[in-house]
Design a protein around this ligand. Structure first.
Ligand code: CA
Length: 219
């Protein structure tokens, strides 16, 4: 899952990025409103975390522009304390959720997970496909009740496919959602990750649609 993080307080953006990267997410950080608007309009993010107080262009106007342009990525806004009117403006401009600074990092991570679940139409944080269970709260995977050890990249691939189960995912789309903007996107590597996942989880869980991509069947 790929995240755009627009936050100009460097200490805070570093903290948030580390937290999300530890959960296997690819995170692009931008420090001003113009960059935020550009990347949010041109790159396929799964979620956007948007500070409302950004240099060059404020968060509310960035958000309004995205929504006007048809960018429907879920947006979590970060607002200053005691500014209820800012939160109202943000929600009315098309934000999906908000957090007020200072906030607890675990709560932010949980809200991001909840937003990703909602986006995939899933209410239960635990995804089940055949004999495989994927717990999106901690990235743990088990097969027939036995824990399976996956690398961060393997979890990232599985997580994207499982959040989009029932939908054919091309290698290009997959790589766009597991690597950062300046990441080394090699679609052959994707094939390697999928092969390893099949070895660990069983041959049938991820289907290959020849020449088109991968699919986990919806259950
Ligand atoms: Ca700020």
């Amino acid at each position: 899952m790929r995240v755009l993080l627009a936050e100009d307080e460097l200490v805070l953006s570093d903290q948030i990025k580390s937290l999300l990267v530890a959960e296997g997410r690819a995170v692009d950080v931008v420090l001003d409103g113009d960059e935020a608007h550009f990347l949010g309009s041109t790159e396929p993010y799964d979620i956007i975390i948007l500070d409302l107080g950004l240099p060059n262009r404020d968060g509310i106007s960035v958000l309004k522009n995205w929504r006007r342009e048809g960018v429907d990525t879920p947006v979590l806004i970060l607002t200053a304390r005691d500014t209820w009117s800012e939160r109202v403006d943000g929600l009315d401009a098309g934000a999906d959720d908000y957090m007020t600074k200072p906030f607890n990092m675990s709560e932010l991570a949980a809200r991001v997970r909840a937003m990703l679940r909602r986006k995939s139409g899933q209410t239960n944080p635990v995804f089940e496909v055949d004999d495989i269970i994927f717990d999106s709260r901690n990235g743990r995977v088990s097969k027939n009740g036995i824990p399976v050890d996956l690398t961060t990249q393997e979890v990232a691939v599985l997580s994207y496919l499982i959040h989009n189960s029932g939908r054919l995912i091309s290698r290009t789309e997959l790589s766009e959602h597991i690597y950062e903007y300046d990441g080394d996107r090699d679609s052959n590597t994707i094939a390697v990750f999928v092969a390893r996942l099949r070895k660990k989880l069983g041959p049938n869980i991820i289907r290959t649609i020849r020449g088109r991509g991968y699919l986990i069947d919806a259950t």
